[in-house]
Design a protein around this ligand. Structure first.
Ligand SMILES: NC(=O)c1ccc[n+]([C@@H]2O[C@H](COP(=O)([O-])OP(=O)(O)OC[C@H]3O[C@@H](n4cnc5c(N)ncnc54)[C@H](O)[C@@H]3O)[C@@H](O)[C@H]2O)c1
Ligand SMILES: NC(=O)c1ccc[n+]([C@@H]2O[C@H](COP(=O)([O-])OP(=O)(O)OC[C@H]3O[C@@H](n4cnc5c(N)ncnc54)[C@H](O)[C@@H]3O)[C@@H](O)[C@H]2O)c1
Lengths: 207, 207
């Protein structure tokens, strides 16, 4: 199975392919892609080969075929439903992001413990009390949870999500979550990203 | 200079050190840190050695000394002023995040092109018209820009920021920004993170 860095590059390729489709370009070369993103051409060829797509001599890769292969590989050709846990600042921003639809992610409900938020809507997504999550997860067959609640509540709420059948957690909190073996946890680490920026500023080094 | 993965782990160590300080623990061993975050003890020792701090036999690392060394290394012991460019959903969430103060980041002004946002405040931060940025950057000696505007405006606005003396950009847009050597660009790639999550869900593999 392809490496994590390969998987992480795929959305960038998808954005470019979408641009090329809009410009009615039907083929693209790995060299063009490599130049656009300052990558090694051999790296791009390996990434695309991992999608099972071969380029045609002199023409390159078929844009539509490659787009479908990447969408299929990521499972973004089917919509996955997700719950948002923590309808605060960050949760609201994520709820309002129309770009997630391109990635096959559909936030269907939000949950919170703050009485003043329960029953309201953030960008059309209804906010339910947290206690309702297990029942709704069962009825709607939702297995993905997006965690945007305070760090202090992160681990205990994760335990509750796992009990309710959530098997994949997109973690925006700074906490390293402990979850049983079959549960996927992918952390967005803003503090790590800021650390890299801050250190570069301090060293005045280009990244 | 330490590797990027080492730099990315430092905020996690800082959170733990803060917890230990609150519990009046004065020393911590690299083994304890390694167990807490499922890291190799040798990795933790190498990371801490890069901070120039040596552990004491049987006692371990002094919590306060280690905290100061990491804060110093990242430049988080001094506040850096930053501008927020794009006062929309995501920009507002970042503006409202009190956690940035722990990382020495102080958002002092926001900028937008939307007339209905200019002159308002998002979490106490005033929204200025984009044209005012060069003048304010000069007067306030601000060199960091946080980019939360639409992808279509990302590159041209970056060019304008660089002209205005911004030398470090924290990029939340999905665009790979081109900037002159000497300008630091650190991208937060939410789509890449979601790609990893989606692929794991599709493969049903634990990360
Ligand atoms: N806002 C940002 O830019 C930002 C940046 C980095 C990290 N984060 C992280 O994202 C998380 C959310 O940050 P925020 O700024 O949106 O905070 P916030 O305080 O605005 O929102 C948190 C929400 O979670 C709710 N909540 C509390 N306990 C809960 C529980 N057990 N179950 C469900 N909901 C619960 C609160 O009522 C609130 O609505 C935090 O962990 C924070 O560290 C946020
Ligand atoms: N919201 C999210 O959860 C999320 C997730 C992933 C990525 N992003 C990225 O973050 C960026 C912002 O997303 P959003 O959801 O906040 O969008 P948004 O539309 O809510 O906000 C964008 C803001 O930027 C302003 N703007 C437009 N052109 C500008 C310019 N030239 N200079 C300054 N401001 C300008 C708009 O007036 C608006 O206020 C986008 O690039 C998006 O792809 C957002």
């Amino acid at each position: 199975t392809p490496s994590l860095p390969t998987v992480r590059r795929l959305p960038t390729y998808l954005r470019l392919l979408k641009e090329l489709q809009d410009e009615k370009q039907h083929y693209v070369s790995s060299t063009y892609i490599a130049e656009r993103f300052q990558l090694e051409p051999i790296q791009v060829r390996k990434d695309l080969a991992a999608m099972g797509i071969v380029g045609q001599p002199r023409l390159g890769f078929a844009v539509t075929e490659l787009t479908c292969a990447i969408m299929q590989f990521l499972g973004w050709n089917n919509a996955s439903e997700a719950f948002l846990i923590g309808a605060g600042n960050l949760g609201s921003a994520l709820a309002g992001y129309s770009g997630f639809a391109d990635y096959g992610l559909n936030i269907v409900a939000a949950f919170d413990v703050d009485k003043s938020k329960i029953g309201t809507r953030i960008h059309d997504i209804k906010v339910f009390p947290l206690q309702k999550l297990p029942d709704l997860a069962l009825r709607l067959h939702v297995h993905i949870g997006i965690l945007t609640l305070p760090a202090a509540a992160a681990q205990t709420t994760t335990d509750m999500l796992v009990q309710a059948g959530i098997t994949a957690i997109w973690n925006f909190t700074p906490v390293k979550l402990m979850a049983p073996k079959g549960v996927i946890v992918e952390k967005v680490d803003l503090a790590a990203s800021l650390a890299v920026l801050s250190r570069s500023v301090k060293e005045k080094l280009p990244l």
